[in-house]
Design a protein around this ligand. Structure first.
Ligand code: SF4
Ligand code: SF4
Length: 383
């Protein structure tokens, strides 16, 4: 029997090999896996994803440009009519890289910049000189007219860098996504994770940047899983509204050895199968797959979300964060709605204050409609 879910995006860890050694890398990349998919298996996977109805593939790593068949597979993805995004550390370009990327007409190319201070970035990325190479990549990609965007992953080592990174990006029309580090990676000391106040402060930084600067000056968003159902802040993500974790609903994650998960950020306990044993198409269409996500019932929610009025639509937030922090699905403690109720308890008890906030947010959302369309173009191009 076929399920009702349409696969919009496959995030493919193309290889685990990486030339950097980033402290917060969720996949703990470095060497390639001993059993990575061969080129012919990668070709079959592309056809299989197309058969599944997949609209776009994001190639990431490790560092995807390290695989010698990167260009062959990237071209095939485009020939099959799927969108292509590339997430690279931006340190490995040669003379031909930008012309090759231009030919692929990718939907997005994202590189990571974790600090304005080269020394801090290089320390986080585990390689001296990485900042200079990545910045050169950003500048050249921009000059070539490629849809380049910058991702900053925030933790205690770089939270104070945000306003300086903003200064670097101001007026350059480079799309900037801010996300927070998770604790899946083996190299990442858990004490560097943002605490609840720092997490909220990061959201506040994004919201205030969006208020202060027009999109053409500073196109900035929080990652898709940041925030939700805030009582006080305007929406900070690209989607107009949070509709719950999309793992196994519209997105899928594929590891370089063919393991399939709903989302690559979740740990290996969430592996649903392997493309060598079962084609993605069959797994995606199986009624048993991704049951934690597809078959969500309010009774599945944990203590943080159980009584929340947003539960039906929100489904308890980001499952990766939820599992990492509480060991349970549907129980995300890093939720703006919950944090605001804790941080601003007294103010929010006042019904007039709540009404005023609601009206202000609605008015802002109306005023921002045009800006939000521009924001989508900055991140996704015109298609
Ligand atoms: S408390 Fe849970 S269900 Fe409610 S908005 Fe936050 S994450 Fe969503
Ligand atoms: S687990 Fe979190 S990061 Fe992964 S798809 Fe769900 S919301 Fe997004």
């Amino acid at each position: 029997m076929k399920n009702n879910h349409s696969l919009e995006c496959a995030v493919w860890e193309f290889t685990l090999a990486c030339n950097l050694n980033c402290i917060h890398c969720g996949s703990s990349a470095g060497g390639s896996r001993s059993d990575e998919l061969s080129t012919s298996e990668a070709v079959s996977l592309c056809h299989d994803l197309k058969r599944t109805g997949c609209l776009g593939i994001a190639l990431m790593g490790g560092e995807p440009l390290l695989r010698p068949d990167f260009w062959q597979i990237a071209r095939l993805i485009r020939e099959l009519g799927m969108e292509l995004s590339v997430i690279t550390n931006g340190t490995l370009s040669s003379g031909d890289t930008f012309a090759g990327l231009r030919e692929l007409a990718p939907r997005a190319i994202a590189v990571s910049i974790d600090a304005a201070d080269p020394e801090i970035h290089d320390r986080i990325r585990g390689q001296k000189g990485a900042w200079a190479k990545t910045w050169a990549f950003v500048r050249e990609a921009k000059a070539e007219g490629l849809p380049i965007s910058v991702i900053t992953t925030v933790h205690k080592l770089n939270i104070n860098e945000l306003s300086r990174i903003r200064e670097m990006l101001l007026g350059q029309n480079i799309a900037w996504q801010i996300q927070v580090a998770g604790a899946e990676g083996k190299r990442f000391p858990r004490e560097l994770l943002l605490d609840e106040e720092e997490f909220y402060a990061t959201g506040l930084f994004i919201a205030s940047t969006r208020r202060k600067y027009p999109v053409r000056v500073m196109p900035v968003i929080g990652a898709h899983d940041m925030g939700y159902n805030s009582l006080m802040l305007d929406n900070i993500s690209l989607a107009p509204q949070w509709t719950g974790c999309q793992a196994g609903i519209t997105v899928i994650g594929i590891q370089s050895n063919g393991n399939i998960k709903g989302c690559l950020s979740m740990d290996d306990s969430t592996i649903e199968g392997n493309v060598r044993q079962m084609p993605v198409c069959d797994l995606w269409n199986s009624c048993e797959a991704f049951s934690y996500s597809r078959d969500f019932k309010p009774a599945d929610a944990g203590e943080y979300c159980r009584d929340c009025m947003h539960l039906a639509g929100c489904k308890g937030g980001c499952n990766e964060m939820s599992l990492m922090k509480t060991g349970k699905y549907h129980n995300d403690p890093y939720c703006f709605n919950r944090l605001e109720k804790r941080l601003f308890r007294d103010e929010l008890r006042n019904p007039f204050y709540r009404l005023m906030l609601r009206m202000k947010r609605r008015a802002n959302a109306f005023m921002r409609k045009r800006e939000d369309r521009q924001l989508r173009r900055s991140f996704l191009g015109n298609r």
